[in-house]
Ligand binder design. Structure first.
Ligand code: ATP
Ligand code: MG
Length: 422
C-alpha cells in the first residue's frame, strides 16, 4: 500500500450541469433507471471531477462488497487525471481509502474494491475479462479501443443493490463518425443513456482569464471540438491556422539554444529543421530537404551524417530528435559521437494537436527561408477516407517537414500541464 501525504480537494460551487451529473442516479431523479451517463464536451469543463465524485458516491450508497472498474486512456493518464483528484475528494469528505499498487492495482473504500485499468494496455484487458463488476467509470472514453469499452460493459453484470450496475463515461469529442458517437451518443434515446453536454462555462472554478487563454490555444477543428465541444470532422488542410504571422525574416538572432529535428527517409525525402530559442519563441531557423527519388540519387546514412554536420555548422546543439524507427541512421549518427540523439515522441494525433496549439499561441515561428516547410503547410491534409471511418489521420503526402516539426514540438516543447495533450 502506498503512503502519501494526503491533500484535500478545495471544493468550489458546482454548476447546474455538474450537479445534474452528480445526482442523476439518486432516488428522486427522473433518470434513476438509466444504465449509463455520458459527460461529453469541451476540455476543462469539470466533467472528470463531477463524474468521479458521482461514481464513488453512487457506488458507496448503492453497493456493498462489490467490484468496480475505473479506467483511463493509460495508467499514467488515470493517475494524473482521475486518481489524484479522486483521493483529494475522498480526503476532503473524510472517507478512508486504501490504494494497492499490486499486479492488479486497486483502491478499496469500505467493502468495495475499485480495479484500475489503462485501456491501452493489452495485459490489463485480461484482468478485465475475469471480473464481475457492479459499475464502471471510464475517463476519456473516446480515446479507448472499442473492444475495451465493450468488454467493460460486458463485465458490469452484478445484479446487486436496488439499481443494478451503472456506467459513468466522459470524453472530449472526436469526429462525427467516431464509433463512440455513433454507438452511444447517437443511440442515447434507445439505449436509455443520459448524455450531458459540457462547455467551460459549466466549470465555475475557471476565471474568465483562464477560459480566454484556453480559447486562444485552439483554432479550426480543435477549437470546435475542445472549446465548443462539437463532434466535427477533421477535414481539409491540417494546419489551417498557419499564416503570415508565423513567418519571420531570416536574420541573425541571439538564439539561446538549438535543436535539430529530423524526419528520416531514403526513398522519401530526408529533412532536418534547425530550431533556435530567442525571446521565448522557438524559430525554425532553417531547413534541409533532400528528395532522393526526385533527384535520382539516394544518399547513404553516412552522407546524411555529413550533410547534418554541415547543416549545423559551429552551433552547439542540445540534441538531434529522430523518429525511433530510423534505427540505421541513429546508429550511424551515434557513431560520429558529435550530438546527443533524442528519440522523438512520435504519436501522430497528440503531436498534431500540440503543433496546432504551438502555432495558435505563437510559440513557434518560421524563418522565411523555410520554403519546403511552407509548401507542406499549404498542402498537408486530413485523410477524408479515414475520417469517414471515424479516424483522424493525415494523408501520407507532403508530410516530411511536418513530421520533423511535430517531433520537435511533441518531444521538446510539449507542456505537461494537461492542457497540451499527451
Ligand atoms: N466544483 C469544483 N471545485 C473546484 N475545482 C473544480 C470544480 N469543478 C472543476 N474543478 C477544477 O477544474 C479543472 C477542470 O476540471 P476537470 O478535470 O473535471 O475537467 P474535464 O472536463 O474533465 O477536462 P478535460 O476534458 O480536459 O479532461 C480541474 O482542475 C478541477 O479540479
Ligand atoms: Mg477530464
Amino acid at each position: 500500500m502506498k503512503r502519501k501525504r494526503k491533500t484535500s480537494f478545495r471544493f468550489q460551487p458546482f454548476s447546474r450541469k455538474q450537479k445534474k451529473l452528480m445526482m442523476w442516479w439518486t432516488d428522486k431523479s427522473p433518470y434513476k433507471d438509466f444504465d449509463m451517463v455520458i459527460a461529453e464536451g469541451a476540455i476543462r469543463a469539470g466533467k472528470t471531477i463531477a463524474c468521479i465524485d458521482s461514481f464513488i458516491t453512487w457506488s458507496l450508497a448503492k453497493h456493498r462488497d462489490q467490484n468496480f472498474i475505473i479506467a483511463g486512456k493509460s495508467m499514467g493518464a488515470l493517475k494524473r487525471n482521475v486518481l489524484e483528484p479522486m483521493f483529494q475528494i475522498l480526503t476532503a469528505k473524510g472517507i478512508h481509502y486504501e490504494y494497492h499498487m499490486s499486479q492488479n492495482p486497486n483502491v478499496t473504500i469500505g467493502t468495495n474494491t475499485y480495479y484500475l485499468f489503462g485501456a491501452g494496455n493489452e495485459a490489463s484487458q485480461d484482468t478485465l475479462q475475469g471480473l464481475t463488476a457492479a459499475g464502471a467509470y471510464l475517463d476519456e472514453v473516446a480515446l479507448f479501443p472499442q473492444s475495451f469499452v465493450d468488454q467493460a460493459i460486458g463485465r458490469c453484470s452484478a445484479e446487486t443493490g436496488d439499481q443494478g450496475a451503472k456506467l459513468f463515461f466522459n470524453c472530449n469529442p472526436g469526429g462525427p463518425y467516431h464509433w463512440f458517437k455513433l454507438e452511444f451518443i447517437d443511440k442515447a434515446k434507445e439505449k436509455k443513456i443520459l448524455v450531458l453536454h459540457f462547455t467551460m462555462d459549466d466549470n465555475l472554478s475557471l476565471s474568465e482569464k483562464v477560459k480566454s487563454r484556453f480559447r486562444r490555444m485552439f483554432s479550426g477543428v480543435f477549437f470546435k471540438r475542445y472549446i465548443l465541444g462539437l463532434w466535427v470532422m477533421a477535414e481539409g488542410v491540417i494546419y489551417d491556422m498557419f499564416g503570415d504571422q508565423h513567418k519571420a525574416e531570416t536574420v541573425d538572432r541571439a538564439y539561446k539554444k538549438y535543436y535539430v529535428s529530423c524526419d528520416y527517409g531514403t526513398q522519401n525525402p530526408m529533412t532536418y529543421g534547425l530550431w533556435g530559442l530567442c525571446d521565448g519563441v522557438w524559430y525554425k531557423v532553417k531547413e534541409y530537404h533532400y528528395d532522393g527519388r526526385a533527384l535520382g540519387k539516394q544518399k547513404t546514412d553516412e552522407e546524411y551524417c555529413d550533410d547534418l554536420i554541415e547543416f549545423v555548422g559551429k552551433r552547439t546543439l542540445q540534441g538531434v530528435i529522430i523518429d525511433p524507427s530510423a534505427a540505421s541512421f541513429i546508429a550511424a549518427l551515434k557513431k560520429r559521437g558529435l550530438y546527443h540523439v533524442i528519440k522523438a515522441a512520435n504519436e501522430v494525433a497528440d503531436g498534431i494537436r500540440n503543433v496546432s496549439s504551438a502555432l495558435a499561441e505563437g510559440v513557434i515561428k518560421y524563418n522565411d527561408c523555410c520554403v519546403e516547410t511552407f509548401r507542406e503547410f499549404a498542402s498537408y491534409s486530413w485523410d477524408a477516407k479515414a475520417a469517414a471511418r471515424g479516424e483522424d489521420k493525415p494523408l501520407k503526402e507532403n508530410d516530411h517537414q511536418m513530421d520533423g516539426d511535430r517531433y520537435f514540438v511533441n518531444t521538446i516543447i510539449k507542456k505537461q500541464s494537461g492542457v497540451w495533450f499527451g
